[in-house]
Design a protein around this ligand. Structure first.
Ligand code: HEM
Ligand code: FES
Length: 398
């Protein structure tokens, strides 16, 4: 390069000096770019060129799929003409993996645990694509990931018309090497705020065999009774449940899971985005709840495959539940206000948030649309029988 060349990275313009590479120019201009070897070996300093000509040297050692997308190594790139560059997208990245265990004989799912040769930052609920010549490629849905040990628990889904790779079921599958692309989907890195309410998730594919394996619901109910015993004692989770009795939570969750597993339309409650619309739940709190669920499922004797199939159904709703600010309820295409009151006929009994009276299923109640506080008909009419003070003591109404 004999003259200075302008480049644009993430919208920031900088001019490269003669014989300067992109990594050095970024460091001189305080543009953060990860790096390690500075010699084209570690591939840490990847960038993607969206406009301009990529010098051949800058792509040496990259796999063809990345080269064709315009990926380059900043430490090896001395631009010869103007370039526009962006950060790498996780969806394009390929990671080498080694199988530790696999389980299951179901036509649609296999449980698998594998380790990755580099840190693969992925979250439960995100998806990876198996790199294979077979079309369509199986999808791998992450159900747990441990960054310390680089291990991932996942469900491999057999796509319609596709097949599982033959090595997955082989007796000597331990140590089998394979590659995955991604992750994609799931909650992503940030928390959705008030302004960016995501499109609501359609229901996940049902798993009727799981419902049958769990004794047609008996184990599901036993797990939920145990799970909610813990939730209602848990200091981080119980504050959200101040207006829902334990029986109501168990019943709702039971019919929701029955619908998810069997695919039958038997749940008439709110879908997760609306029922959790006022609850500010972080990714960490969501994972904390899931960890209690997994421990409970293990205690009730579910296999690793069954646990992954159960949690797949719940993890599917992460982006409907995780957020950094309350969302409005969304009914029939309309956003309802975050404040004010609405009427609803209860589909299951609960307690009045003001006087503590039992309210039976089928009662028309008034509720605060953001807080979710329910008023029994007496309180709603302004004639409460008993008041519950903030310290929990009851006083006769004046
Ligand atoms: C930290 C995570 C979570 C918290 C704090 C939480 C909290 C709650 C609370 C307080 C209710 C009661 C609402 C009411 O009775 O009006 C509720 C209802 C419900 N939750 Fe969650 N939840 C969490 C995660 C999940 C997950 C992962 C799922 C499964 C996808 C789920 C599915 C449901 C369903 C189906 C209902 C009943 C909706 C209805 O009332 O019709 N929740 N949740
Ligand atoms: S820093 Fe290692 S390849 Fe660029």
């Amino acid at each position: 390069m004999t003259e200075a060349v302008p480049v644009r990275i993430d919208g920031v313009e900088l001019t490269l000096r003669v014989n300067e590479n992109l990594l050095d120019a970024c460091q001189r201009s305080a543009i953060e770019l990860p790096f390690s070897c500075r010699a084209g070996s570690c591939h840490t300093c990847l960038l993607r060129c969206t406009e301009g000509v990529v010098p051949e040297q800058a792509q040496r050692g990259l796999r063809p799929s990345l080269r064709s997308l315009g990926y380059l190594l900043a430490c090896q790139c001395q631009p010869t003409s103007a370039m526009t560059l962006t950060r790498p997208s996780q969806a394009d990245m390929v990671t080498s993996c080694r199988l530790l265990t696999s389980a299951g004989t179901d036509a649609s799912f296999r449980f698998m645990q594998f380790e990755t040769t580099r840190l693969l930052t992925c979250q439960p609920g995100q998806r990876l694509l198996l790199v294979t010549d077979a079309e369509p490629a199986p999808l791998i849905e992450v159900t747990a990931a441990c960054p310390e040990t680089h291990t991932v628990d996942a469900l491999m889904h057999c796509p319609p018309g596709g097949i599982f790779p033959s090595w997955l079921d082989a007796a000597d599958a331990f140590g089998q090497e394979f590659e995955v692309r991604g992750p994609v989907g799931g909650a992503g890195d940030g928390l959705a705020g008030k302004a960016d309410v995501p499109v609501e998730s359609p229901a996940p594919a049902p798993d009727p065999a799981l419902w049958t394996e769990l004794d047609g619901g008996a184990t599901v109910r036993a797990v939920l009774e145990d799970f909610y015993d813990q939730v209602y004692e848990d200091p981080l989770l119980v504050p959200f449940f101040h207006k829902a009795t334990k029986d109501r939570s168990i019943d709702k969750q039971y019919s929701f899971l029955k619908q998810l597993m069997t695919g039958e339309r038997i749940f008439f409650g709110d879908r997760p985005r609306n029922s959790h619309h006022w609850m500010v739940i972080s990714n960490e709190l969501f994972d904390y709840r899931q960890a209690i669920m997994v421990r409970t499922l293990e205690k009730h004797g579910l296999t690793a495959l069954q646990i992954a199939r159960w949690t797949r159904l719940e993890l599917h709703y992460r982006r409907d539940i995780v957020k950094s600010a309350a969302w409005p309820r969304h009914v029939n295409g309309v956003d309802l206000p975050l404040d004010g009151y609405a009427n609803e006929t209860l589909s299951a009994g609960t307690l009045c948030d003001h006087c503590g009276a039992v309210i039976d299923a089928g009662t028309l109640v008034k509720y605060h649309v953001r807080l979710g506080h329910i008023s029994c008909p007496d309180c709603a009419s302004g004639k409460p029988k008993v008041l519950v003070s903030s310290d929990g003591a009851c006083d006769a109404a004046a």
